[in-house]
Write a protein that binds this ligand. Structure first.
Ligand SMILES: Cc1cc2nc3c(=O)[nH]c(=O)nc-3n(C[C@H](O)[C@H](O)[C@H](O)COP(=O)(O)O)c2cc1C
Ligand code: SF4
Length: 438
């Protein structure tokens, strides 16, 4: 578009949208199609982009992954953080450039190769420490790898690519396919242990949901491919962030008939302002029914079907869904077993301490330092540095995309088309009919 404008005007023309790296920028300029490039998010993700170009370190540039976490926060009137660069907007406390330690070099063991573990390993290695990272899977990424499997979110895999390049450049010893328990960790004779083991989907919070009886499925199981998508699916989402929306989109794209139900005021209510329109557009186009205000009471089997019983938050009226699959997105519960296994033998008994030997507290940003082992080890449990990983398109899509003319047309191929009510709906049969009869 910028090139088209340039061909008909006599003033210099700048293109400012989605230029992620200097190679792309140079190509656009060298082709003569435009006179300038504007790069906003590229500099939020890596404020040292220009310096790295000057130093010939373009392969060390942390490329923006288009998640729009930054601008979504701006719209909320809060600080402009970056989903992948923990130092952005926290420069007063967290430096972008990490200095080498002038103290002793420590042996650091990091457990878990998700974003928290990768960042901990990177910072410790930048400080000059000797770092080993254990990951139980065959690849780095943790939840980023899962999230990147959903439609519209492929780009966030770039977060892991950059970390992996950096960890290899810094000489971090990456150990895959190993579940690091107490003995594996202690065999390393570490000075410092950083726990970044993540957690598990919290789908067994209510026993009546049937999580322990295998009646419900997690969003992780769907995205990882561990569980095949059902034909008629209800998703119950208490979190209303990306996971639920992503899985609804993912399943509908695969041909499932999907309803997403929440106890909140609308599905995806916690997804940022530039991101939720792309989801809503896609979900409406794929005939996903979105239902607010229902609390999941219980799930039970009836023949070859699953029945999800809901209660309206405001009226108390119960209703049911007759489906093949019930997916529950209820957040993640941290797995603290390793922390408690190591805590007792630690020097600081799980309390936060400042560690002059380590990256200074501002460098080990966003981590809760948890314990120091009797073997002089320190255990840290990083909290999630990166929240809401997502990939979105530009907000102006909302304005630019032509509107649908005459709405949806019912057809046997689209049994959900045009519906705003659940195709799985069933009136709830009262458990105590004499009560219903008054
Ligand atoms: C955090 C943030 C704040 C922005 N604030 C403004 C603004 O105040 N006015 C404006 O015209 N554009 C604003 N933009 C849009 C950018 O100038 C730019 O057009 C957009 O981010 C697309 O370019 P990019 O792909 O290089 O980021 C903002 C973008 C971001 C990410
Ligand atoms: S939050 Fe996402 S879009 Fe914004 S700069 Fe960081 S990577 Fe880019």
């Amino acid at each position: 578009m910028a090139a088209g404008i340039r061909s008909v005007v006599n003033v210099p023309v700048m293109h400012a949208q989605n230029i992620k790296d200097p190679v792309q920028a140079a190509r656009a300029l060298e082709s003569g199609l435009i006179d300038f490039v504007g790069m906003t998010r590229a500099h939020i993700a890596d404020p040292h982009l220009i310096t790295k170009v000057k130093l010939g370190q373009t392969d060390q540039i942390r490329q923006c992954v288009g998640a729009n976490y930054c601008i979504d926060r701006q719209y909320q009137g809060i600080d402009v953080l970056c989903i992948q660069n923990a130092a952005t907007s926290r420069e007063g406390k967290v430096p972008h450039i990490i200095s080498k330690t002038d103290g002793p070099i420590r042996k650091v063991v990091v457990v878990g190769g998700g974003p928290g573990g990768m960042e901990a390993a990177r910072v410790c290695a930048e400080r000059g420490h000797n770092v080993t990272l254990f990951e139980k899977n065959a690849t780095l990424g943790g939840q980023i790898s899962l999230a990147a499997k959903a439609p519209q979110r492929e780009q966030i895999a770039g977060i892991t690519r950059w970390f992996e390049l950096e960890l290899r450049r810094l000489g971090v010893n990456l150990v895959f396919d190993v579940t690091a328990d107490e003995s594996v960790i202690m065999a390393e004779n570490p000075d410092v242990v950083v726990l970044a083991v993540g957690g598990k989907p919290f789908i067994n919070q209510q026993p009546e949901w049937g999580g322990d009886d295998g009646l419900i499925t997690s969003t992780w199981d769907i995205l990882s491919g561990a569980v095949e998508p059902g034909k008629n699916v209800v998703i119950y989402d208490t979190i209303c962030e990306f996971a639920g929306m992503s899985v609804a989109d993912y399943l509908a794209a695969k041909g499932s008939l999907v309803e997403i139900v929440t106890d909140d005021i609308k599905p995806g209510v916690a997804v940022g302002g530039t991101s939720f329109p792309t989801y809503y557009r896609s979900l409406y186009e794929r005939d996903v029914v979105m239902t607010p205000d229902l609390v999941l009471e219980s799930v039970y089997r009836e023949g070859d079907k699953l029945i999800a019983r809901f209660e309206n938050e405001y009226t108390g009226v119960r209703e049911e869904r007759v489906v093949d699959q019930v997916i529950v997105e209820n957040g993640v519960r941290p797995d603290e077993s390793l922390y408690y296994a190591l805590k007792e033998g630690s020097r600081n008994h799980g309390r936060w301490i400042l560690m002059p030997c380590l990256p200074s507290s501002h460098s080990l940003h966003s981590m809760k330092v948890a314990a120091t082992c009797s073997t002089a080890s320190v255990i840290a449990a990083p909290s999630a540095i990166f929240t809401q990983p997502s990939t979105t398109r530009c907000v102006c899509l909302k304005i630019c995309k032509p509107r649908r003319g005459s709405g949806y047309v019912d057809s046997p191929d689209r049994p959900n088309a045009g519906r705003r009510r659940s195709p799985f709906y069933r009136r709830c049969v009262p458990a105590y009919p004499y009560l219903a009869a008054g």
